[in-house]
Design a protein around this ligand. Structure first.
Ligand SMILES: [Zn+2]
Length: 162
């Protein structure tokens, strides 16, 4: 069996936390696994930046290393190294993959890359049937991106009791 990759596990990026939480020095992540409430108290440390200000890090509870991203699996919360995860590629997160797939479809339709650019029109010479088929595939991708983003925001909000 090959190594699991970072994109296969749920991850928490320090960038998704708000300033108050980071300055507080720890964050608590709660979630359910098979009806069981799981909870991780994670320490947050800071280092000074070269250009002023501070940079925040999670502290992995296993290796005590400073990391930007922690992963959750099997009731454990740890860094990439402690889970022995391989990078699929540096920025190949699940969500980036979805964005890329959406952009591939946009490309097929001759639409400008980037979902924020909105839907374009049917390309000249393409059958409506083909267009609707591709368009529905695109809408499905978009839906998945939005749902995952919304779920993530709700989760973070619940954790921070906002
Ligand atoms: Zn670690």
């Amino acid at each position: 069996m090959g190594k699991r990759t970072t994109s296969q596990l749920t991850s928490i990026n320090i960038k998704t936390l708000d300033a108050t939480t980071k300055a507080y020095g720890s964050a608590t992540f709660r979630y359910m696994v098979e009806g069981k409430q799981m909870k991780h108290d994670v320490r947050i440390t800071q280092t000074a930046c070269n250009y002023g200000g501070v940079r925040y890090w999670f502290q992995c509870e296993y290796c005590r290393g400073r990391v930007c991203v922690l992963y959750i699996s099997g009731g454990q919360c740890a860094c990439r190294k402690c889970f022995n995860l391989a990078y699929q590629s540096e920025r190949d997160t699940w969500q980036n993959q979805q964005y890329r797939k959406a952009d591939n479809i946009r490309d097929r339709l001759g639409w400008a890359a980037g979902i924020a650019n909105g839907d374009g029109v049917k390309p000249k010479g393409m059958h409506w049937k083909t267009f609707y088929k591709i368009k529905s595939e695109y809408d499905y991708r978009l839906q998945r991106i939005f749902v995952s983003t919304a779920e993530w925001c709700d989760k973070i909000r619940a954790e921070l009791n906002l």
